[in-house]
Design a protein around this ligand. Sequence first.
Ligand SMILES: NC(=O)C1=CN([C@@H]2O[C@H](COP(=O)(O)OP(=O)(O)OC[C@H]3O[C@@H](n4cnc5c(N)ncnc54)[C@H](O)[C@@H]3O)[C@@H](O)[C@H]2O)C=CC1
Ligand SMILES: O=C([O-])CC(=O)C(=O)O
Length: 324
Amino acid sequence: MSTPVTVTVTGAAGQIGYALLFRIASGQLLGSDVPVRLRLLEITPALQAAEGTAMELNDGAFPLLASIDITDDLKTAFDGANVALLVGARPRTAGMERGDLLAANGGIFGPQGKAINEHAASDIKVLVVGNPANTNALIAQHSAPDVPANRFTAMTRLDHNRAISQLAAKLSVPVTAIEHLTIWGNHSATQYPDLYNTVVNGRSAAEQVDEEWLTGTFIPEVAQRGAAIIKARGASSAASAASAAIDHVYDWVNGTDWTSAAVVSDGSYGVPAGLISSFPVRSADGEWEIIQGVPVNDFSRGKIDASVAELAAERDAVRELGLI
Ligand SMILES: NC(=O)C1=CN([C@@H]2O[C@H](COP(=O)(O)OP(=O)(O)OC[C@H]3O[C@@H](n4cnc5c(N)ncnc54)[C@H](O)[C@@H]3O)[C@@H](O)[C@H]2O)C=CC1
Ligand SMILES: O=C([O-])CC(=O)C(=O)O
């Protein structure tokens, strides 16, 4: 058994937290031989609910769960953290303008980034799940100038997994037959799931589906899947979001040849350096690397540019608000 890894989860009493914490405790986040210390950050009124979740975690008698701390204090939450899952965010409510949403989230992700800068372990890895995830990650990253920028990531793995599932169903193949799928851009309705570079049983996926399905069904259904889940369930995706967060961190720590993650752009594929955008990535030795040389055709170029333009507009808006 290795030494325990400290994992901080914000918004721990929320829906995603409830699905996520049990999977972390069971060893699925880091590996079946890695003990974890959980730090649960919540706002003060939700501390009691977080205590309830902690009671249930204890009742799971997980062999890998070394300790659980519950707090509303940022320093306590991030002190010595090796992995931070930033799930808690301010949701958009009726009548709220986009600027208000960004400002409210700046008030959460700015101080959390600062606390990570000051108190987290030197190997800290951050995954932002709370929406708008890419721009919340950008705010946190800018508030942590001493942490390497590439430690801040945002989640597009749920979109990636949704796209794999939709394609597998369409082609009547198992999900394991699908390789090299990429989500580009923002975790929003402008995201672009790219089938031109996706390979299924050794052949291009785009060649195995008709163009009408690709543009008229697949792309919008992947991009709007979150809204479809809200309509059907009466609540937003929680277990699937938690599952994708597990996949993202597991692959970051343990390595993968190809997946999708929103990482800080180095200018690859014409995405302005500094934006946190989804790319095809691989991971080795605990570091994401943007996969180079993926062909981008004219159709893909237009879709990627549109999503990246939205990210740039969000960046400009938070810059105007003084959040970065
Ligand atoms: N990137 C992605 O693919 C996905 C992102 N999401 C986003 O994840 C976020 C969480 O979703 P749910 O768990 O369903 O929401 P939820 O509303 O059930 O839970 C959020 C929790 O965060 C807490 N919270 C709020 N502000 C906080 C702060 N400053 N510090 C610590 N905790 C705080 C709340 O008290 C609440 O318990 C939302 O922003 C949602 O839009 C959801 C699904 C997919
Ligand atoms: O819109 C939401 O809160 C949920 C979300 O991001 C998704 O399901 O992709």
